[in-house]
Ligand binder design. Sequence first.
Ligand SMILES: [Zn+2]
Length: 324
Amino acid sequence: MAWLTPNGGWGESNTALISGQGCSLLVDTLWDLPRTTAMLTAFGPKLESAPIRRVVNTHADGDHWFGNEMVGADEIISTKSAARSMKQHGPGQMKYVDTVSMVFRAISRLPLPNRADWRVAAEYFEGMLRPFDFTNIKPALPTDTFSGRLRLDVGGREVMLIEVGPAHTSGDLIVHLPDARIVFAGDVLFHGTTPVLWDGSSRNWIKACERIIDLKPETVVPGHGAIADLEAVEAIRKYWQFLRTVVHRHWEKGRSASQAAAHIVRSDEFLRQPFAKWDGQERIVINVYAIYRRLMGRKRSVSVFRRLRLLREAALLAQDIVDD
Ligand SMILES: [Zn+2]
């Protein structure tokens, strides 16, 4: 059973319940406690006969684990790498983002020539955070971690956890349920919405897509967007192949990452592609920067300050795309 949050935008993530004889496993929780509670209530009838013993977190982004504490599971499982990152990027950081959006709003009221840009950025941040309630979240971190692969028995059903990061983030995993031919892809799959790459690797993201394709699932549940199949996985693979090729060209011409992103998103070769119709095109700013970082040989994770700057740039590009 899957729990889907339309439309797959910022924080609108999916979860899934795998039930066997007498127990269940939950793949991911949601960004805040009220949403996680609503999801658990909806799963309620199933949980009476098969309570959740384990939670698996597919990666360290808050929209996939901040609700962990509501489940009361015996075990919370992630990759070693994701667990490290979850310790660094806890719910406390959301207050910081909230403060930044208030600062942007305050700057937009000053008599500055570019005040409109600050207003656009403030609105983007507010729109991202408004539907969520980040109060009272106590981080429930993984109790069990692994690297590589981990086989689980969920009430007689085989469930394989396969580490595929660094792809979308440093510690991504996918969940394979062979008896139902389903893969729960976490944020390796965004469906109908532009993927976002912070400090993972576009090259490994392509490999992660290939690993899903090799498992030959009939159904793939994305981290964001509607339930999909391998066609959607193939589409994400093509997005990264395309972006890597064109970004290299701009890099060789000495353009900055933001110049390259603005250029690519308006280019005919981009607009001809099926992914030009996905929501959230402005995320290309973040994605191009991530590819540039690899070209520059930077390996450390992207700082919170840099993330906020990139989100501000994405907000401005989103506005430009609407104006074009
Ligand atoms: Zn996500």
